[in-house]
Write a new protein. Structure first.
Lengths: 582, 143
């Protein structure tokens, strides 16, 4: 509900008890990203490793969550197993509205349960339920059990991990309501380390709305902007997979571990092809009329006498890139099959795909033996890749256990660092050039969504360091406001600062609305401070040689420009993250 | 003007955005809620199974009104009920009487049911919902 303080539920898994805390600071941190950082400062232990029981796993929503459409995302904050630094990961599904209706601005999970457990929260309940029988089960199976074990169907959110999270894979994801994920930087392993198989959040509270007609009128205006105008068309038509054809045409789609940036077979895995051949239906995050979630189907024949079963699998640009072009898989159904396996195992699809792409090339170059991989690997060899995903998630050999800690870590031991496509973490699907490479490699979340460097690469005519740097910083600042509200970044063209200010004002946060720019900058600084304090050194980030060899529609990568931009961005990050005075 | 009722003729198109529920809670009941709404969206066993709406079928005569001991729920012309909140004693009999679980009770026992006002309809992005005229004897007229 609308209030100046944050209502935070802190839970200790060791005892199964929790407490509700009312914390100040709305005017400084808004919510979402800002609140997660604020809570990590309070509950986190920068000097202790990521898997120490005292480290908190934080989930936050923002002041506009549920009050306006597409304010539908949750921010997770935690110390990451990937690099042992403070990290953020974002997800939608029903998680954000479930937290809102559980009357929680934040959920902070601390401690380690004595045995595998499930945390259940709602506006009127809290329980830590022992559930050893769920351990080891895949994400889809566990979802089915949890739906029966807990009440509140339709008005709840179920977060859970798969075997990858239990095994401590540094890029294990947290699955949200089957089709969404806190994908990146290993939140799933943090849950695994806490013996926390799942969290069920029940949204069962009701809140009064502001008096008068202004709020409902503004809601309707925003709703119409999002549904009646073409601004969001790309997300609900083909969805993000529209990028596959566009990037391939630009020679900017990574293929076969980025040994190529274009391939005529892209048509077979394009958004157009998926829509025509595999798209079954769409679904939405709670509170989002756009409904960008695209579900495809795979029909499998399991007996000669025409016996079939079918599965529904969510797809987007990034999973198609990671399990398709990057692994040389060019059949839409086969791509879906690999995405589904990844989902069931609870792996982040981008990191898993890029890690395997590196492993295939390392295998082909003779850097790995069959005792490492347990089977020969090859681009496009779907059965082998599927087996390898299982080995990766379950840590079948020393090699897979190391690869599960990150591609660069495996390359440091086995060789092949030059072709490990790692930009802070395994790269996203945009070989657009220098600005994207620097922006993901150095960015706060090492995400393509931190600052959209790929967009600058596509729009800018000239390569100027100052111009690129200004773009990245301005984007980051606008986005950190959106991820503190917490908006879906797909709505960024609708939720411009003026509209955000109106939304805040109508809910009674007029003062905050007037200071939005200043607050955004403060959150930006706070997050960088935390990342630096937990060990981040932007000067030590390397961009592997394979990325320098990229040739796209603009020609070759300009190494001098990239080096200069990287140094300049690192300098600004250090400046932004300087300890606060006093 | 013919009496209309809310119907869900194209619910197979539902994407589970909850815009209808939230609109009812916001515009009719002045609340932010998943629960205190006349139309509520549920999954039938996880997101892979699609969505269903719990909404008043506009029974005529309505069993909820028959069960109401205070006259807070009274039959509505064309089907469904007219609700007079000040008469409600929060006994919950209406919700128990509804054969399709279309009435929700908040934690204080206050009932919420579709009033067939149609304010949710324009918020559905896929036209799942429609207001349909009903004849004097309560049957839906052909579209």
């Amino acid at each position: 509900m609308i209030r100046d303080t944050f209502r935070v539920l802190w839970v200790d898994l060791a005892t199964g008890k929790g407490r509700v805390e009312e914390l100040p600071g709305r005017e400084e941190v808004l919510g979402g990203s800002g609140l997660a950082a604020r809570l990590f400062e309070q509950y986190g232990r920068p000097e202790l490793p990521w898997n120490h029981p005292e480290q908190p796993l934080i989930f936050t929503i923002g002041p506009l969550t549920g009050y306006f459409p597409l304010m539908s995302k949750t921010v997770a904050g935690f110390k990451s197993p990937y690099h042992d630094q403070y990290a953020e990961s974002h997800a939608g599904g029903r998680s954000a509205l479930a937290l809102r209706f559980a009357d929680l601005d934040a959920l902070v999970v601390s401690g380690r349960a004595p045995r595998p457990s499930v945390l259940g929260v709602g506006s009127r309940h809290l329980e830590v339920r022992e559930a050893h029988y769920l351990w080891g089960r895949d994400v889809l199976a566990v979802g089915k059990y949890l739906r029966r074990m807990f009440s509140g169907a339709g008005h709840r959110s179920i977060l859970r991990i798969g075997p990858a999270g239990e095994q401590g894979c540094a890029y294990a994801c947290i699955n949200v309501d089957t089709y969404r994920h806190f994908g990146r930087l290993g939140g799933g392993a943090v849950m695994g380390a806490k013996h926390l198989k799942a969290i069920v959040i029940q949204g069962d509270a009701t809140f009064p709305l502001p008096e008068g007609k202004e709020y409902a009128a503004l809601f309707e205006r925003v709703f119409r902007l999002l549904t009646d105008t073409p601004m969001m068309q790309k997300y609900h038509n083909l969805g993000t997979p529209a990028n596959i054809r566009v990037l391939n045409d630009l020679k900017a789609l990574p293929w076969r571990n980025l040994t190529a940036t274009s391939d005529p077979r892209a048509e077979e895995i394009s958004g157009e092809r998926f829509a025509e051949a595999v798209l079954l239906r769409n679904t939405a995050c709670a509170g989002c009329p756009v409904g960008c979630i695209h579900l495809g189907f795979v029909r499998e024949k399991f007996r000669a006498e025409n016996r079939y079963f079918f599965r529904q699998i969510g797809y987007d640009h990034e999973p198609i890139y990671a399990m398709g072009s990057m692994l040389g898989v060019t059949d839409a159904f086969q791509v879906l099959r690999l995405i589904e396996t990844t989902d069931r195992l609870g792996l982040d699809v981008m990191s898993a795909g890029v890690a395997l792409a590196w492993a295939v090339e390392a295998w082909e170059r003779g850097l790995l033996t069959e005792s490492d991989t347990l089977l020969p690997l090859g681009f496009g060899d779907v059965p082998a890749l599927e087996q390898a995903l299982h080995h990766l998630a379950r840590g079948a050999t020393d090699f897979y256990r190391l690869l599960a800690q990150g591609t660069a870590k495996a390359a440091a031991v086995y060789g092949g660092g030059d072709f490990a496509c790692v930009l802070g973490q395994e790269m996203a699907g945009y070989a657009t050039g220098e600005v994207f490479f620097v922006s993901q490699a150095l960015g706060f979340r090492h995400s393509h969504l931190d600052a959209a460097g790929y967009s600058f690469d596509q729009k800018a005519r000239e390569r100027r360091v100052e111009e690129a740097l200004d773009y990245l910083l301005a984007e980051e600042r606008q986005r950190v406001i959106l991820t503190s509200l917490v908006a879906c970044l797909f709505a960024r063209e609708v939720y411009r600062p003026e509209l955000v200010a109106e939304c805040l004002a109508v809910l009674g946060y007029g003062e905050l609305a007037a200071r939005l720019g200043e607050v955004g900058e403060a959150i930006q600084r706070r997050r960088w401070r935390l990342k630096l304090a937990t060990g981040y050194d932007p000067d030590r980030v390397e961009i592997p040689r394979r990325l320098l060899e990229v040739e796209n529609w603009k020609g070759k990568v300009d190494a001098d420009f990239m080096t200069a931009l990287k140094a300049a961005y690192a300098r600004v990050i250090r400046e932004l993250g300087r300890p606060a005075q006093g | 003007m013919a009496v209309k009722i809310l119907t869900t003729p194209r619910l197979e198109r539902c994407i589970g955005c909850y815009s209808c529920s939230l609109a009812c809670a916001r515009l009719v009941h002045r609340r932010l809620s998943w629960e205190t709404a006349g139309i509520r969206i549920f999954t039938s066993g996880g997101l892979s199974t699609g969505f269903e709406a719990k909404v008043c079928l506009a029974c005529e005569p309505p069993p909820c009104a028959a069960a109401c001991p205070t006259g807070a729920f009274a039959p509505r012309k064309g089907g469904g009920v007219v609700v007079r909140r000040r008469l409600c004693i929060r006994c919950g009999e209406c919700a128990r009487a509804c054969p399709v679980d279309a009435i929700s009770l908040d934690p204080q026992g206050e009932p919420f049911v579709c009033l067939h006002c149609g304010r949710c309809v324009p918020f559905c992005p896929h036209d799942c919902l429609a207001m349909r005229p009903v004849s004097a004897d309560g049957r839906e007229e052909a579209p």
